[in-house]
Design a protein around this ligand. Sequence first.
Ligand SMILES: [Zn+2]
Length: 116
Amino acid sequence: MSRRPGQSSRDTDLYRFWTFAYSFFYVVTMPPKRLGHFNEKLQNDFPFIKKLKSTDDFNVQCTTCHGSFSVSHGGQSDINDHLKTQKHKLATRSSVQSGKVSNYFSALAPTENDFW
Ligand SMILES: [Zn+2]
């Protein structure tokens, strides 16, 4: 009789451990795919979009118009929506006209010096 309580609490501990381990494993290996987040592919497709924080995959900033927005709704579609905004179009137009963008970007690219 004295064994039972000890044994059952041990089983509960084990159960709690596996529940925790399973949910931890699930969260790490199965990110919610429907939720958009800023990944390497989007970074390659849209080099002018930067993450606001390195730890935040959802809030990004556009270096062309300096507008910040969230990609949590659809990832690429959120960025496409941003590209259609009046603010971004105006910024694109004015930066192309002034010609400052190329200087701005070459100043930001330290890797170029490594190649030359
Ligand atoms: Zn923009």
